[in-house]
Design a protein around this ligand. Structure first.
Ligand code: SAH
Length: 377
């Protein structure tokens, strides 16, 4: 596949300008004795106009263009797989500079186009129903690797020349736990929301977390944006078995952090709670009623997610009738709910199916490859 790597001057240690938000570029320009407003110009060329050839940046002086060309790069991952599903969902597999690969998914809907972005290579949290987690973990993505996903999707959708195929929303719901890669994620989100870059409003950028409580507090202090919490269970005992992170940050602490987050937001907003329905595990009427109690008093959007099966998951999708009944109990209690439609299944682009290529450092994947019975040592 054609490479979109541009302006690579071969100096591997050169500053990748995609790693900098506007503030970071301003610092760079003051270090080299340039005016800080150059940062706004540069960020517009890179992110709004998708220009990666310094020589085309016509409102920047020739001397500065040459300086940037000699000392910096605009370096993107290479697209090694690109598929569009029958329902319009498009998925990209991106080759990073090391052996790892990550996935990014574009999900078109009637009134918006949502890009699902990865934040880590793999995931260290090991939630029992998520296939990304089973493949283990390698490392955090850099700011450049996170924002490159938005850059590439915007560019490649634009090339389709079809109306409405645009990135209007970003969700950090791909591979990884965004709040365990805090600084790089925050920098990338700042670029997404910067009017000189992608200009997405705070309602259109969502971070999804399994519940890293101290990081939820830090995020609330820094940014006005949407938060989604992968709740998945109404009590600690069940949640401990599904989301191991719960042993560190149990439900009451998590709910309190959600309340604090909402209080810090400038405009009235809600927390999105994600709840994957697993047949016979957590889809009963009692579970629904316990969930109602748990979120009481928190402005809530409850996102019910049908389980996307994968090999050896050990779980089944809840029957449709069950999902409807579960949904009704919540709705009758006055909770706003949405049942997530599964998208892009034919290209393995659905939730929990993003696996990329992870050189697993946790060696967790081995546990699932070894024979479980009759194992001899
Ligand atoms: N670590 C973050 C970001 C990943 S988001 C988080 O936990 O929120 C991925 C979303 O997809 C989460 O809500 C997750 O619970 C959900 N998910 C994971 N595996 C799934 C599966 N097999 N079927 C449906 N949803 C799944």
């Amino acid at each position: 596949m054609r490479s979109l790597i541009a302006q690579d001057n071969g100096v591997s240690a050169a500053l990748n300008l995609l790693d900098r938000d506007r503030r970071g570029l301003e610092e760079y320009f003051s270090e080299i004795g340039e005016k800080p407003f150059r940062a706004s110009q540069l960020i517009q060329w890179i992110h709004q106009k998708a220009v990666t050839d310094f020589q085309q940046m016509t409102n920047i002086s020739q001397a500065l263009r040459d300086h940037l060309q000699q000392n910096t790069v605009i370096h993107l991952p290479e697209v090694v797989y690109d598929a569009t599903s029958a329902d319009g969902t498009r998925k990209w597999l991106l080759q990073l500079d090391d052996e790892n690969r990550i996935e990014t998914v574009y999900i078109p809907e009637d009134d918006r186009g949502t890009l699902c972005v990865s934040s880590q290579v793999g995931c260290a949290l090991d939630c029992s129903f998520c296939s990304t987690g089973r493949r283990g973990f390698n490392r955090n993505l850099t700011t450049a690797e996170i924002i490159s996903q938005v850059w590439l999707a915007t560019y490649l959708l634009d090339e389709e020349k079809k109306p409405g195929r645009k990135v209007t929303n970003v969700v950090l719901m791909g591979m990884g736990e965004p709040l365990l890669n805090f600084d790089n994620v925050v920098r990338a989100v700042r670029i997404m929301m910067d009017d000189f870059a992608y200009g997405l409003s705070k309602r259109r950028v969502t971070i999804s977390t399994a519940g890293v409580v101290p990081a939820i507090d830090r995020l609330g202090d820094l940014l006005d944006m949407r938060l989604a919490v992968s709740l998945h269970a109404p009590d600690d005992q069940l949640r401990n078995s599904l989301v191991p992170l719960n042993r560190k940050y149990p439900l009451q602490e998590l709910m309190d952090a959600c309340r604090r987050f909402i209080d810090k937001q400038n405009t009235r907003s809600r927390i999105t709670f994600e709840y994957v329905l697993l047949d016979g595990v957590k889809d009963s009427d009692q579970h629904a009623r316990a969930l109602v109690k748990l979120v009481k008093g928190i402005p809530t959007l409850m996102n019910l997610i049908p389980f996307n099966p994968f090999a050896d998951s050990g779980y089944r999708t809840s029957p449709r009738k069950r999902v409807e009944r579960f949904n009704k109990i919540l709705a009758d209690a006055g909770i706003t709910t949405v049942v997530r439609r599964t998208r892009g299944e034919d290209i393995d682009a659905a939730c929990g199916q993003l696996v990329g290529k992870i050189e697993d450092k946790s060696r967790r994947h081995r546990r699932f490859e070894e024979p479980r019975i009759g194992m001899q040592t």
